[in-house]
Design a protein around this ligand. Sequence first.
Ligand code: NAP
Length: 251
Amino acid sequence: MNDAQRRVVVVVVTGAGTGIGRATARAFSVDGAHVLAVGRRAAPLAETAAGHPLITPLTADVTAPDAPDRVVGAALHRYGRLDVLVNNAGIAGGGPLAELDEAAARRQLDTNLLAPVRLARATVAALADTRGVIVNVTTSVGQRAWPGSSVYAAGKAALDSLTRSWAVELAPRGIRVVAVAPGAIDTPIGAHQGLSPEQRAAVRRWQLAHTPLGRIGGPQDVAWAIRQLCDPAAGFVTGVVLPVDGGAVVG
Ligand code: NAP
């Protein structure tokens, strides 16, 4: 069977209760894939799965020591295989350097950087069996300055770097590794970060002014890119970081 004849059968999406993760889980399920939708809160995950019988919620904190084994074990136990891991769960924010809270910075790096490392490590054997794909969701600001959120940007830039290293390391096992780097996307991330409505509006104004295409993206814009990169027809694409940002990173 060549790459173009294979199809994506089982997908794990972390942070699937809201935003980009929810849109990604639904996009794969609409395509006929089984999706294990991972997040900490049961209610948003149930909403993601509502009306999508191929989506199964799994309540888990990706930073928990047992999370990688629980997530991969659940996928293999339920479906017997794994084709795609989407490392999407993330937390934004952080504050200026002079006011940086060390505990918050550690929590952010644990969620945005180390949890994807542990999850990816736990999926290698299963993905080697299916010639599968790891997708890291990073950010286009990882390639620029992001004053006020420097640790967030640095953690995501590190995940871009891991994407390139893993792509080369895992290529002999048939596993592709890619990243999508969203720009300004309309999701609850600002609210989850604790920003007030006024602060969120100010961020939006700044983002709009710095997005050449002149609009805020939707979660479905990112989900589309993730799905395309996981398509077996994209079998010669690995190690890339694809901006999905309305031109922000080149503007
Ligand atoms: P979001 O709606 O806040 O989604 C993040 C999801 O991650 C939430 O559903 C949250 O659900 C989950 N999550 C957070 N910590 C977790 C943990 N420890 N374990 C399991 N799940 C966890 O924001 P989003 O915009 O869709 O963000 C998705 C990804 O895109 C993030 O990695 C973010 O950094 C990246 N991104 C977003 C933008 C943007 O403009 N929106 C731009 C660039 C990059 P629970 O709280 O229920 O766990």
